[in-house]
Write a protein that binds this ligand. Structure first.
Ligand code: PLP
Ligand code: SF4
Length: 415
Protein backbone atom coordinates (compact mmCIF):
# COMPACT_ATOMS: atom_id res chain seq x y z
CA UNK A 1 0.00 0.00 0.00
CA UNK A 2 1.50 3.27 -1.11
CA UNK A 3 0.99 5.83 1.58
CA UNK A 4 3.55 8.39 2.50
CA UNK A 5 3.65 9.63 6.05
CA UNK A 6 6.41 10.88 8.34
CA UNK A 7 5.10 8.49 10.98
CA UNK A 8 5.96 4.83 11.29
CA UNK A 9 3.05 2.44 11.54
CA UNK A 10 3.80 -1.07 12.71
CA UNK A 11 2.02 -4.36 12.51
CA UNK A 12 1.76 -6.31 15.76
CA UNK A 13 0.80 -9.64 14.23
CA UNK A 14 1.88 -12.42 16.60
CA UNK A 15 4.41 -14.75 14.93
CA UNK A 16 2.24 -17.85 15.37
CA UNK A 17 -0.61 -16.42 13.28
CA UNK A 18 -0.13 -16.57 9.51
CA UNK A 19 -0.41 -13.32 7.53
CA UNK A 20 -3.28 -14.86 5.55
CA UNK A 21 -5.33 -15.57 8.65
CA UNK A 22 -4.41 -12.26 10.25
CA UNK A 23 -5.50 -10.26 7.21
CA UNK A 24 -8.78 -12.14 6.89
CA UNK A 25 -11.54 -10.29 8.73
CA UNK A 26 -13.63 -13.42 8.95
CA UNK A 27 -10.77 -15.19 10.69
CA UNK A 28 -10.58 -12.28 13.13
CA UNK A 29 -14.32 -12.46 13.79
CA UNK A 30 -14.19 -16.24 14.24
CA UNK A 31 -11.38 -15.94 16.79
CA UNK A 32 -12.68 -13.18 19.04
CA UNK A 33 -11.84 -13.22 22.77
CA UNK A 34 -15.01 -13.47 24.85
CA UNK A 35 -14.42 -15.33 28.07
CA UNK A 36 -12.18 -14.86 31.06
CA UNK A 37 -9.94 -17.70 29.90
CA UNK A 38 -9.45 -16.16 26.45
CA UNK A 39 -8.32 -12.95 28.12
CA UNK A 40 -6.02 -14.72 30.57
CA UNK A 41 -4.48 -16.58 27.67
CA UNK A 42 -3.75 -13.34 25.86
CA UNK A 43 -2.92 -10.99 28.72
CA UNK A 44 -1.17 -13.51 30.95
CA UNK A 45 -2.59 -12.22 34.19
CA UNK A 46 -5.68 -10.18 34.96
CA UNK A 47 -5.96 -7.77 37.86
CA UNK A 48 -8.31 -8.67 40.71
CA UNK A 49 -10.75 -5.99 39.56
CA UNK A 50 -10.80 -7.38 36.02
CA UNK A 51 -11.25 -10.95 37.28
CA UNK A 52 -14.08 -9.85 39.50
CA UNK A 53 -15.84 -8.19 36.58
CA UNK A 54 -15.73 -11.47 34.66
CA UNK A 55 -16.92 -13.42 37.71
CA UNK A 56 -19.80 -11.07 38.51
CA UNK A 57 -20.53 -10.67 34.93
CA UNK A 58 -24.37 -10.52 35.10
CA UNK A 59 -25.43 -7.01 34.30
CA UNK A 60 -22.18 -6.31 32.54
CA UNK A 61 -22.09 -5.01 29.00
CA UNK A 62 -21.17 -7.69 26.46
CA UNK A 63 -17.50 -8.63 26.28
CA UNK A 64 -15.71 -9.29 23.02
CA UNK A 65 -12.55 -8.26 21.23
CA UNK A 66 -10.73 -9.23 18.06
CA UNK A 67 -7.27 -10.82 18.31
CA UNK A 68 -6.02 -7.88 16.25
CA UNK A 69 -7.24 -5.27 18.72
CA UNK A 70 -6.01 -7.23 21.75
CA UNK A 71 -2.57 -7.42 20.09
CA UNK A 72 -2.38 -3.61 20.02
CA UNK A 73 -2.24 -3.48 23.81
CA UNK A 74 0.82 -3.87 25.96
CA UNK A 75 -0.45 -7.01 27.64
CA UNK A 76 1.61 -6.62 30.81
CA UNK A 77 0.30 -3.16 31.67
CA UNK A 78 -3.18 -2.91 33.26
CA UNK A 79 -3.16 0.82 32.52
CA UNK A 80 -2.59 0.29 28.83
CA UNK A 81 -5.16 2.43 26.96
CA UNK A 82 -6.31 -0.33 24.60
CA UNK A 83 -6.70 -2.74 27.49
CA UNK A 84 -8.87 -0.24 29.35
CA UNK A 85 -11.12 0.16 26.33
CA UNK A 86 -11.69 -3.56 25.82
CA UNK A 87 -11.31 -5.18 29.27
CA UNK A 88 -14.27 -5.36 31.66
CA UNK A 89 -13.58 -3.83 35.04
CA UNK A 90 -15.33 -3.98 38.42
CA UNK A 91 -15.83 -0.22 38.23
CA UNK A 92 -18.46 -0.78 35.53
CA UNK A 93 -20.72 -2.21 38.19
CA UNK A 94 -20.49 0.63 40.67
CA UNK A 95 -23.71 2.60 40.51
CA UNK A 96 -22.56 6.07 41.35
CA UNK A 97 -23.00 9.49 39.82
CA UNK A 98 -25.04 10.17 36.72
CA UNK A 99 -25.94 6.87 35.06
CA UNK A 100 -28.34 6.74 32.17
CA UNK A 101 -29.60 3.84 30.10
CA UNK A 102 -30.17 6.15 27.18
CA UNK A 103 -27.96 9.23 27.70
CA UNK A 104 -28.76 10.69 24.28
CA UNK A 105 -32.52 10.32 24.78
CA UNK A 106 -32.60 8.36 21.54
CA UNK A 107 -35.67 6.38 22.45
CA UNK A 108 -37.69 9.59 22.67
CA UNK A 109 -36.49 10.64 19.24
CA UNK A 110 -37.00 7.27 17.64
CA UNK A 111 -39.32 6.72 14.73
CA UNK A 112 -39.02 3.01 15.38
CA UNK A 113 -36.49 0.80 17.17
CA UNK A 114 -33.94 1.36 14.39
CA UNK A 115 -34.42 4.92 13.21
CA UNK A 116 -33.58 8.08 15.15
CA UNK A 117 -34.57 11.44 13.74
CA UNK A 118 -33.09 14.02 16.09
CA UNK A 119 -31.96 16.72 13.65
CA UNK A 120 -34.06 17.94 10.73
CA UNK A 121 -31.97 16.96 7.71
CA UNK A 122 -30.38 13.70 8.82
CA UNK A 123 -31.37 10.40 10.38
CA UNK A 124 -29.46 7.74 12.25
CA UNK A 125 -30.23 4.25 10.98
CA UNK A 126 -29.20 1.44 13.32
CA UNK A 127 -28.71 -1.33 10.78
CA UNK A 128 -27.20 -3.86 13.19
CA UNK A 129 -26.55 -4.11 16.91
CA UNK A 130 -23.37 -6.16 16.47
CA UNK A 131 -19.81 -4.95 16.91
CA UNK A 132 -16.56 -6.84 16.64
CA UNK A 133 -15.26 -5.26 19.83
CA UNK A 134 -17.55 -4.07 22.62
CA UNK A 135 -16.02 -0.83 23.90
CA UNK A 136 -16.42 -0.57 27.64
CA UNK A 137 -17.45 3.09 27.37
CA UNK A 138 -20.14 2.56 24.70
CA UNK A 139 -22.85 5.20 24.79
CA UNK A 140 -25.49 2.96 23.24
CA UNK A 141 -25.32 0.03 25.66
CA UNK A 142 -29.12 -0.13 25.82
CA UNK A 143 -29.06 -1.38 22.22
CA UNK A 144 -25.61 -2.60 21.25
CA UNK A 145 -24.64 -6.25 21.50
CA UNK A 146 -28.09 -7.63 22.29
CA UNK A 147 -27.64 -10.20 19.52
CA UNK A 148 -30.58 -9.26 17.35
CA UNK A 149 -28.06 -8.44 14.61
CA UNK A 150 -29.32 -7.20 11.26
CA UNK A 151 -32.51 -5.20 11.41
CA UNK A 152 -35.60 -7.37 10.91
CA UNK A 153 -37.59 -6.91 7.72
CA UNK A 154 -40.46 -4.98 9.21
CA UNK A 155 -38.54 -2.16 10.97
CA UNK A 156 -36.17 -2.08 8.01
CA UNK A 157 -38.97 -1.53 5.51
CA UNK A 158 -40.70 0.93 7.84
CA UNK A 159 -37.50 2.91 8.21
CA UNK A 160 -37.00 3.07 4.46
CA UNK A 161 -40.59 4.16 4.02
CA UNK A 162 -40.16 6.94 6.57
CA UNK A 163 -37.02 8.18 4.82
CA UNK A 164 -38.77 7.98 1.47
CA UNK A 165 -41.76 9.97 2.76
CA UNK A 166 -39.70 12.68 4.40
CA UNK A 167 -38.14 14.63 1.59
CA UNK A 168 -36.36 16.93 4.02
CA UNK A 169 -34.01 14.11 5.01
CA UNK A 170 -30.84 14.63 2.99
CA UNK A 171 -28.50 12.35 4.83
CA UNK A 172 -28.62 8.86 6.28
CA UNK A 173 -26.08 7.84 8.88
CA UNK A 174 -25.64 4.10 9.11
CA UNK A 175 -24.74 3.16 12.63
CA UNK A 176 -25.45 0.50 15.22
CA UNK A 177 -23.64 -1.49 16.40
CA UNK A 178 -21.17 -1.44 13.59
CA UNK A 179 -22.50 -1.50 10.01
CA UNK A 180 -19.24 -2.98 8.72
CA UNK A 181 -19.86 -6.18 10.71
CA UNK A 182 -22.57 -6.88 8.11
CA UNK A 183 -21.60 -9.01 5.14
CA UNK A 184 -20.67 -7.07 2.05
CA UNK A 185 -23.81 -8.24 0.24
CA UNK A 186 -26.07 -7.28 3.13
CA UNK A 187 -24.51 -3.84 3.32
CA UNK A 188 -24.82 -3.45 -0.44
CA UNK A 189 -28.56 -4.10 -0.22
CA UNK A 190 -28.87 -1.26 2.32
CA UNK A 191 -26.85 1.14 0.15
CA UNK A 192 -28.85 0.17 -2.93
CA UNK A 193 -32.14 0.73 -1.15
CA UNK A 194 -31.01 4.14 0.09
CA UNK A 195 -29.73 5.20 -3.31
CA UNK A 196 -33.16 4.51 -4.79
CA UNK A 197 -34.43 7.44 -2.74
CA UNK A 198 -33.66 10.52 -4.86
CA UNK A 199 -33.57 13.08 -2.04
CA UNK A 200 -30.79 11.30 -0.13
CA UNK A 201 -27.69 13.30 -0.92
CA UNK A 202 -25.17 11.87 1.51
CA UNK A 203 -24.67 8.49 3.14
CA UNK A 204 -22.45 8.26 6.18
CA UNK A 205 -21.15 5.04 7.64
CA UNK A 206 -20.15 5.22 11.29
CA UNK A 207 -17.78 2.38 12.04
CA UNK A 208 -15.11 1.31 14.45
CA UNK A 209 -13.96 -1.55 12.20
CA UNK A 210 -10.96 0.40 10.79
CA UNK A 211 -9.79 0.65 14.42
CA UNK A 212 -10.60 -2.78 15.80
CA UNK A 213 -10.60 -4.95 12.68
CA UNK A 214 -9.06 -2.94 9.82
CA UNK A 215 -8.78 -6.02 7.61
CA UNK A 216 -12.53 -5.62 7.10
CA UNK A 217 -11.71 -2.75 4.74
CA UNK A 218 -10.60 -4.80 1.77
CA UNK A 219 -10.69 -4.37 -1.99
CA UNK A 220 -14.04 -6.18 -2.26
CA UNK A 221 -15.68 -3.84 0.23
CA UNK A 222 -14.43 -0.58 -1.27
CA UNK A 223 -15.24 -1.67 -4.83
CA UNK A 224 -18.80 -2.39 -3.73
CA UNK A 225 -19.17 0.80 -1.67
CA UNK A 226 -17.80 3.17 -4.29
CA UNK A 227 -20.79 2.43 -6.54
CA UNK A 228 -22.94 4.35 -4.06
CA UNK A 229 -20.98 7.56 -3.63
CA UNK A 230 -21.01 10.10 -2.04
CA UNK A 231 -20.32 8.06 1.10
CA UNK A 232 -18.48 9.50 4.06
CA UNK A 233 -16.80 7.10 6.46
CA UNK A 234 -16.73 8.11 10.11
CA UNK A 235 -14.06 6.25 12.05
CA UNK A 236 -13.54 6.14 15.79
CA UNK A 237 -9.86 6.20 16.75
CA UNK A 238 -9.27 7.28 20.34
CA UNK A 239 -5.56 6.82 20.84
CA UNK A 240 -2.43 7.01 18.62
CA UNK A 241 -1.58 3.45 19.68
CA UNK A 242 -4.54 2.34 17.57
CA UNK A 243 -2.83 3.52 14.39
CA UNK A 244 -1.09 0.36 13.27
CA UNK A 245 0.13 -0.52 9.79
CA UNK A 246 -3.12 -2.40 9.17
CA UNK A 247 -5.19 0.61 10.21
CA UNK A 248 -3.09 2.96 8.05
CA UNK A 249 -3.63 0.65 5.07
CA UNK A 250 -7.37 0.50 5.63
CA UNK A 251 -7.62 4.29 5.80
CA UNK A 252 -5.50 4.70 2.68
CA UNK A 253 -7.69 2.28 0.78
CA UNK A 254 -10.78 4.24 1.78
CA UNK A 255 -9.37 7.64 0.87
CA UNK A 256 -7.87 6.36 -2.41
CA UNK A 257 -11.32 5.19 -3.40
CA UNK A 258 -12.92 8.55 -2.83
CA UNK A 259 -14.40 8.18 0.63
CA UNK A 260 -13.83 11.26 2.76
CA UNK A 261 -12.83 9.85 6.15
CA UNK A 262 -13.55 11.73 9.37
CA UNK A 263 -12.67 10.66 12.88
CA UNK A 264 -14.83 11.00 15.97
CA UNK A 265 -12.96 10.43 19.20
CA UNK A 266 -14.21 10.29 22.77
CA UNK A 267 -12.24 11.73 25.65
CA UNK A 268 -11.76 8.96 28.18
CA UNK A 269 -10.44 9.49 31.67
CA UNK A 270 -7.04 7.90 32.17
CA UNK A 271 -6.99 6.66 28.57
CA UNK A 272 -6.54 9.62 26.24
CA UNK A 273 -7.47 12.80 28.12
CA UNK A 274 -4.24 14.65 27.49
CA UNK A 275 -3.44 17.21 24.80
CA UNK A 276 -0.21 15.37 23.92
CA UNK A 277 -2.19 12.27 22.98
CA UNK A 278 -4.89 14.14 21.12
CA UNK A 279 -2.28 16.00 19.09
CA UNK A 280 -0.37 12.78 18.24
CA UNK A 281 -3.54 11.03 17.21
CA UNK A 282 -4.78 13.98 15.17
CA UNK A 283 -1.51 14.57 13.32
CA UNK A 284 -1.12 10.92 12.45
CA UNK A 285 -4.70 10.77 11.22
CA UNK A 286 -4.27 13.92 9.17
CA UNK A 287 -1.11 12.56 7.55
CA UNK A 288 -3.29 9.66 6.41
CA UNK A 289 -5.81 12.20 5.01
CA UNK A 290 -8.33 11.61 7.79
CA UNK A 291 -9.98 14.72 9.18
CA UNK A 292 -10.35 14.80 12.99
CA UNK A 293 -14.00 15.83 13.20
CA UNK A 294 -15.43 15.56 16.70
CA UNK A 295 -13.83 15.13 20.09
CA UNK A 296 -16.73 14.05 22.26
CA UNK A 297 -17.03 14.48 25.95
CA UNK A 298 -17.90 11.01 27.37
CA UNK A 299 -21.67 10.44 27.80
CA UNK A 300 -23.03 9.28 31.19
CA UNK A 301 -23.93 5.84 29.88
CA UNK A 302 -24.30 3.08 32.50
CA UNK A 303 -21.05 1.77 33.91
CA UNK A 304 -18.89 4.49 32.38
CA UNK A 305 -18.42 6.80 35.33
CA UNK A 306 -14.73 5.96 35.62
CA UNK A 307 -14.28 6.97 31.96
CA UNK A 308 -15.84 10.41 32.27
CA UNK A 309 -13.69 13.52 32.30
CA UNK A 310 -14.77 16.90 33.66
CA UNK A 311 -15.85 19.73 31.36
CA UNK A 312 -12.83 21.69 32.68
CA UNK A 313 -10.48 18.88 31.73
CA UNK A 314 -11.94 18.56 28.21
CA UNK A 315 -11.87 22.32 27.64
CA UNK A 316 -8.27 22.54 28.81
CA UNK A 317 -7.29 20.01 26.14
CA UNK A 318 -9.14 21.94 23.46
CA UNK A 319 -7.53 25.20 24.58
CA UNK A 320 -4.00 23.75 24.62
CA UNK A 321 -4.41 22.57 21.05
CA UNK A 322 -6.10 25.70 19.73
CA UNK A 323 -3.76 27.64 17.47
CA UNK A 324 -0.84 25.27 18.09
CA UNK A 325 -2.26 22.46 16.04
CA UNK A 326 -3.21 22.86 12.38
CA UNK A 327 -6.88 23.67 12.03
CA UNK A 328 -7.11 20.68 9.71
CA UNK A 329 -6.06 18.43 12.58
CA UNK A 330 -8.14 20.07 15.30
CA UNK A 331 -11.36 18.22 16.22
CA UNK A 332 -14.34 20.15 17.62
CA UNK A 333 -15.07 19.44 21.24
CA UNK A 334 -18.71 18.51 21.57
CA UNK A 335 -21.02 17.25 24.27
CA UNK A 336 -24.47 15.73 24.10
CA UNK A 337 -26.84 17.29 26.61
CA UNK A 338 -27.76 14.32 28.85
CA UNK A 339 -31.29 13.15 28.19
CA UNK A 340 -31.39 14.05 24.50
CA UNK A 341 -30.88 17.79 24.13
CA UNK A 342 -28.57 17.24 21.20
CA UNK A 343 -24.97 18.18 20.63
CA UNK A 344 -23.48 21.42 21.87
CA UNK A 345 -20.06 22.77 21.01
CA UNK A 346 -17.62 23.48 23.83
CA UNK A 347 -15.25 26.25 22.77
CA UNK A 348 -12.59 27.86 24.93
CA UNK A 349 -13.57 31.36 25.96
CA UNK A 350 -11.63 33.88 23.86
CA UNK A 351 -14.11 36.75 24.07
CA UNK A 352 -13.47 38.95 27.13
CA UNK A 353 -16.41 41.30 26.68
CA UNK A 354 -19.13 42.11 24.14
CA UNK A 355 -21.23 45.21 23.54
CA UNK A 356 -23.28 46.48 20.58
CA UNK A 357 -20.29 48.38 19.33
CA UNK A 358 -17.44 45.93 19.83
CA UNK A 359 -16.08 42.69 21.24
CA UNK A 360 -12.80 42.32 23.05
CA UNK A 361 -10.76 39.15 22.57
CA UNK A 362 -7.73 37.50 24.02
CA UNK A 363 -6.25 35.07 21.48
CA UNK A 364 -4.77 31.63 21.98
CA UNK A 365 -1.26 32.93 22.76
CA UNK A 366 -2.31 35.97 24.78
CA UNK A 367 -2.70 38.83 22.29
CA UNK A 368 -5.60 41.15 23.18
CA UNK A 369 -7.58 43.46 20.91
CA UNK A 370 -11.11 44.52 19.99
CA UNK A 371 -13.20 43.99 16.91
CA UNK A 372 -15.30 47.09 16.19
CA UNK A 373 -18.76 46.34 14.76
CA UNK A 374 -20.20 48.29 11.83
CA UNK A 375 -23.38 50.25 12.67
CA UNK A 376 -26.31 47.81 12.91
CA UNK A 377 -28.15 49.52 10.03
CA UNK A 378 -25.12 48.87 7.82
CA UNK A 379 -25.43 45.09 8.22
CA UNK A 380 -27.58 44.00 5.28
CA UNK A 381 -28.71 40.75 3.66
CA UNK A 382 -27.05 39.58 0.45
CA UNK A 383 -29.04 39.02 -2.72
CA UNK A 384 -30.83 35.67 -2.43
CA UNK A 385 -32.40 33.87 -5.35
CA UNK A 386 -35.64 31.93 -4.85
CA UNK A 387 -33.74 28.68 -5.05
CA UNK A 388 -31.58 29.37 -2.02
CA UNK A 389 -34.45 30.84 -0.05
CA UNK A 390 -36.70 27.88 -0.73
CA UNK A 391 -34.04 25.42 0.27
CA UNK A 392 -33.59 27.25 3.53
CA UNK A 393 -37.33 27.49 4.22
CA UNK A 394 -37.65 23.77 3.69
CA UNK A 395 -34.89 23.02 6.17
CA UNK A 396 -36.34 25.39 8.76
CA UNK A 397 -39.79 23.86 8.49
CA UNK A 398 -38.68 20.26 8.28
CA UNK A 399 -40.21 18.27 11.11
CA UNK A 400 -38.16 15.67 12.90
CA UNK A 401 -38.73 12.84 15.36
CA UNK A 402 -40.62 13.74 18.48
CA UNK A 403 -41.13 17.48 18.41
CA UNK A 404 -42.31 17.46 22.02
CA UNK A 405 -38.88 16.26 23.03
CA UNK A 406 -37.90 19.67 24.36
CA UNK A 407 -40.85 19.68 26.80
CA UNK A 408 -40.08 16.14 27.87
CA UNK A 409 -36.50 17.20 28.40
CA UNK A 410 -37.57 20.06 30.66
CA UNK A 411 -39.40 17.57 32.86
CA UNK A 412 -36.46 15.22 32.84
CA UNK A 413 -34.91 14.61 36.24
CA UNK A 414 -31.71 16.55 36.18
CA UNK A 415 -28.87 17.09 38.58
C1 PLP B 1 -24.54 13.07 16.29
C2 PLP B 1 -25.78 12.74 15.65
C3 PLP B 1 -25.98 13.03 14.29
C4 PLP B 1 -24.93 13.66 13.42
O1 PLP B 1 -24.59 14.93 13.83
P1 PLP B 1 -23.51 15.79 13.02
O2 PLP B 1 -23.28 16.98 13.88
O3 PLP B 1 -24.10 16.09 11.70
O4 PLP B 1 -22.28 14.93 12.88
C5 PLP B 1 -27.20 12.71 13.76
N1 PLP B 1 -28.19 12.15 14.48
C6 PLP B 1 -28.02 11.85 15.79
C7 PLP B 1 -29.15 11.24 16.53
C8 PLP B 1 -26.80 12.14 16.41
O5 PLP B 1 -26.65 11.82 17.71
S1 SF4 C 1 -18.08 0.10 18.25
FE1 SF4 C 1 -19.43 1.81 18.81
S2 SF4 C 1 -21.45 0.85 19.13
FE2 SF4 C 1 -19.91 -0.79 19.17
S3 SF4 C 1 -19.42 -1.04 21.34
FE3 SF4 C 1 -17.90 0.38 20.46
S4 SF4 C 1 -18.76 2.43 20.87
FE4 SF4 C 1 -20.45 0.95 21.12
Amino acid sequence: MNFRSPFVFKSLRPAHISPENWQDWKWQMAHVLKYKDDHIKHFGKLTNDEEEAFDLHQGLFRIQTTPYYAALSDSSNPEDPIRQMLMPHKKELQNLGQQMKDPLGEERHSINERLIHRYPDRVLFLVTDMCSVYCRYCTRKRFTGKLSAFVRTSPYEKSLEYIRNNKGIREVILSGGDPLTLSTSRLEKVLQDLREIPHIEIIRIGTRMPVVCPMRVDEELVQMMKKYHPIFVMTHFNHPQELSLEAAEALTLLVNNGFPVMNQMVLLNGVNNHEALVQSLSRRLLSLRVKPYYMFHCDPSEGTEHFQTSIQNSLKIQRELWGRLSGLALPSLSLDIPGGGGKVGLTPQFELERSDSHSRFKGWDGFEASYINPFPEDVIDPFLSEEYLNEWERLKNQSYGNQNAADLGARHQNL
